[in-house]
Design a binder for this molecule. Structure first.
Ligand code: ADP
Ligand code: ADP
Length: 213
C-alpha cells in the first residue's frame, strides 16, 4: 500500500508509523527526520533547511520534493510506502502524483490525524525523541522505562529545538494555511480516512488497523 500520514505537529504520526510499518512491511519516509539528520550532519541540504525549521516554517517545496524523489527510488519503496509529514503543501502533493504516475502508481490512502489544536502544546512540550530511530516518548503519556533513555538502544533521548510553545504556534499556523488544503486535495479523490487522533495511542492504533484492513 502507498500511504500518507497527515496531521498537525504532535498529532501522533511518528508514534503510529512504526506500528504500520511492522505490520505492512513498508518503507517509512519521514521528511522531518530526514531534514533533522541533514541539519545535524551540516550537509548543504541541512544548511538550507535549518533556518525555516528553527522558526517553525516550512522548508521550500523544491528541497523536500527532491528528498522524496530520491528516497522513492530505493528498492524497498517500490511496492509501497508510508510518507510521514509529506506532502505538506498542495504543490508537494501534485509533484508526488506526477512522480507516481510515471511508475503507473498512485496514493492508496491518506490517514488524517485529526485533533484539536488545544491538546497539542502539552504533547509537544513533553516529547522526547531518539534521534537515530525517530522513536518518540512523552514524559506523561508514553514515558521511557528509564527517564531520558531510549528503551531499545539505551541511548540518550533529546528534546527537539522546535518543540517549544512559541515555535509550535508558527508550526500550527503553517499547518492550517498550507497543509489543510492538502487534505481537501485528497478528499476530492475520496481516499481520506479521518482518525480520532486525540484518543489514547492504542485506540488510535486500532482505528488505523481498521482503516487498513
Ligand atoms: P512534526 O513532528 O511537527 O509533524 P516534522 O518532524 O514532520 O514535524 O517536521 C519538522 C520540520 O521540518 C517542519 O516544521 C518543517 O520546517 C520541516 N518539514 C518537514 N517536512 C516538511 C515538508 N514536507 N515540507 C516542508 N517542510 C517540512
Ligand atoms: P507527530 O509525529 O505527529 O509530530 P508524535 O507521534 O511524535 O507526533 O507524538 C507527539 C507526542 O505525543 C509524543 O511525545 C508522543 O509520545 C505523544 N503521543 C503520541 N500519540 C499520543 C496519543 N494518542 N495520546 C497521547 N500522547 C500521544
Amino acid at each position: 500500500k502507498r500511504l500518507i500520514l497527515i496531521g498537525p505537529p504532535g498529532s501522533g504520526k511518528g508514534t503510529q508509523s512504526p506500528i504500520i510499518k511492522d505490520e505492512y512491511c513498508l518503507c517509512h519516509l519521514a521528511t522531518g527526520d530526514m531534514l533533522r539528520a541533514a541539519v545535524a550532519a551540516k550537509t548543504p541540504l541541512g544548511v538550507k533547511a535549518k533556518e525555516a525549521m528553527d522558526k517553525g516554517e516550512l522548508v521550500s517545496d523544491d528541497l523536500v520534493v527532491g528528498i522524496i524523489d530520491e528516497a522513492l527510488q530505493k528498492p524497498s519503496c517500490q511496492k509501497g510506502f508510508i510518507l510521514d509529514g509529506f506532502p505538506r503543501t498542495v504543490v508537494q502533493a501534485q509533484k508526488l502524483d506526477e512522480m507516481l504516475e510515471k511508475k503507473g502508481a498512485k496514493v492508496d490512502k491518506v490517514l488524517n490525524f485529526a485533533v484539536d489544536d488545544l491538546i497539542l502544546e502539552e504533547r509537544i512540550t513533553g516529547r522526547w525523541i531518539h534521534p537515530a530511530s525517530g522513536r518518540s516518548y512523552h514524559t506523561k503519556f508514553a514515558p521511557p522505562k528509564v527517564p531520558g533513555v531510549d528503551d531499545v538502544t539505551g541511548e540518550p533521548l533529546i528534546q527537539r529545538k522546535d518543540d517549544t510553545a512559541a515555535v509550535l504556534k508558527s508550526r500550527l499556523e503553517a499547518f492550517h494555511k498550507q497543509t489543510e488544503p492538502v487534505i481537501d486535495y485528497y478528499s476530492k479523490k475520496s481516499i481520506v480516512a479521518n482518525l480520532h487522533a486525540e484518543k489514547p495511542p492504542k485506540e488510535v492504533t486500532a482505528e488505523v488497523q481498521k482503516v487498513l484492513s
